[in-house]
Design a protein around this ligand. Structure first.
Ligand SMILES: *Cc1c(COP(=O)(O)O)cnc(C)c1O
Length: 463
């Protein structure tokens, strides 16, 4: 019994007396440090029983282990990452990064109180829905606007307000799945409406909608942008203008789910044509719905623009209360929308637009400079590649880009994993046995982070 190695393991109190423990207590608090030390000692006793003990009496390794435990537990779950995937609106990486102006506005709104629902003129209760309404109207030409949690929420709210217990007429070619469980037929049913599908997968004519209206009890005509896939060949669809004319005759509102929320001309970003909210409004749609965090480049939000009387009905639907947005979202959205007032600078200030409009030659120069900085020991090639818009938009459209392709004896998967475990994590692609870092989605002020992350990840192989 006397030569039981466990006898050498120090006790909790002795470890907590160490200078290093005092520093840990300063940083993490006494209770968590005590807890971590207990855990480490329990492992040590098990290890000692299995005969794996080293210098069991030395306090330093126990405290180092405890520190690692505490640091891991203190790391936030939701963290900043560097997106080197080349997918600009990467839904899994939080879609649109925010403009500096939006981040400042968000922080301001969060720092103290705000006039979220307070009328500063009157000194009385106001409405949170006024804050972005005028800007949305101004930028899309609509009479009014409303902000809810996301585009999916705006669709549920619109259909529930206009068509609960009644039919919504939709083309069979537009019964789409957006992703993440968002399927038009299911959302429509959950909103309390009945689906009346018309036409066929590839062809739907205005006449098909007219027949569906003739059956009666219709609450709305819904047009959905097929944002994440393309149909080609023998196809036909009714335009928003056709549907508005039909709806006006029958007194039925037309709701257009536009999806991406592009407020600038797609050609100015080198993108193919894409329906825009301003066009739906000009065509006379009763409501146009779009996302705040796709090509608009703002926070997650669902934006509704359209006729004032209809938007007012949405605003007073009790469901609107369940879908309402936070002050931080409103602040960031308002600041982002404001940037669109100056068409000359918006493309350099909204990060998503900036990433889309950076010339490939400039991306190439950044890739070459970064490769240079990595030094001779890193096996890196600079090569052209294709970035994509992402976020379920512009399927099949490649955005010309430049990449770093890195080979390592540890293998590409291992290197990519080490990059993900860095601080901040760097997320890259793996192709043909190389780690591929696409510089189009890496901002110039993130290049240092990529450099450090890479050098650390590669050095880890030596140890
Ligand atoms: C992306 C998309 C949505 C969903 O938008 P969220 O803001 O993610 O809820 C809805 N409709 C269309 C056409 C879309 O492209």
């Amino acid at each position: 019994m006397s030569d039981d190695p466990r006898r050498l393991i120090p006790g909790v109190d002795r470890l907590l007396e160490q200078e290093r423990a005092a520093a840990l207590i300063q940083r993490f608090g006494r209770a968590p440090v005590t807890e971590a030390v207990r855990e480490v000692l329990a492992w040590a006793r098990t290890a000692a029983e299995e005969g794996k003990g080293r210098d069991l009496a030395d306090p330093a390794p126990y405290l180092a282990q405890a520190e690692a435990l505490l640091a891991a537990a203190a790391r936030p779950s939701l963290r900043r990452v560097v997106n080197a995937t080349g997918v600009i609106l990467h839904t899994n990486l939080g879609r649109a990064p925010l403009a500096a102006e939006a981040r400042t506005a968000m922080s301001e709104a969060a720092t103290g109180y705000s006039n979220l629902e307070f009328d500063l003129e009157e000194g009385s209760r106001g409405s949170r829905y006024v804050h972005c309404a005028a800007l949305l109207a101004e930028l899309t030409g609509a009479q009014s606007g409303l902000v809810v949690n996301n585009c999916a929420a705006s669709l549920v709210l619109a259909l529930n307000t206009l068509a609960a217990g009644r039919a919504v007429v939709v083309s069979r070619g537009e019964l789409v799945e957006i992703g993440g469980g968002f399927r038009i037929p299911e959302m429509l049913t959950r909103a309390g409406a009945r689906l009346r599908e018309v036409g066929s997968t590839n062809r739907t004519r205005v006449e098909d909608y007219r027949q569906a209206l003739d059956e009666g009890d219709v609450g709305a005509i819904l047009k959905v942008h097929r944002s994440n896939f393309r149909v080609s060949g023998f196809t036909e669809e009714a335009s928003p203008t056709d549907l508005v004319a039909l709806g006006a005759d029958a007194g039925i509102p037309v709701v257009h789910d536009v999806g991406s929320g592009l407020l600038v001309d797609p050609a100015s970003l080198g993108l193919p044509p894409e329906p825009r909210p301003v066009e739906s409004v000009a065509a006379g749609a009763t409501l146009a719905l779009f996302s705040g965090d796709k090509l608009l480049g703002g926070p997650q939000a669902g934006l509704v623009v359209g006729r004032e009387d209809t938007v007012a009905r949405l605003r007073t639907n009790p469901l609107c209360r369940a879908l309402r947005v936070d002050k931080g979202t409103l602040a960031a959205l308002e600041a982002t929308l404001r940037l669109y007032r100056d068409p000359d600078t918006v493309r350099s200030r909204v990060p998503v637009l900036r990433m889309l409009s950076e010339p490939a030659s400039a991306v190439r120069r950044r890739a070459e400079a970064l490769a240079e900085r990595l030094g001779r020991d890193v096996e890196v090639a600079v090569a052209p590649g294709n970035a994509v818009v992402g976020g379920g938009t512009f399927p099949g459209h490649a955005v010309p880009s430049w990449t770093l392709r890195i080979a390592s004896p540890m293998g590409a998967e291992t290197l990519a994993a080490r990059l993900r475990h860095g601080n901040p994590p760097v997320v890259a692609r793996v192709e043909d046995g190389r780690v591929v870092l696409d510089l189009r989605t890496v901002a110039s002020d993130e290049e240092d982070l990529v450099q450090t992350g890479l050098l650390r990840a590669l050095a880890a192989s030596a140890s």
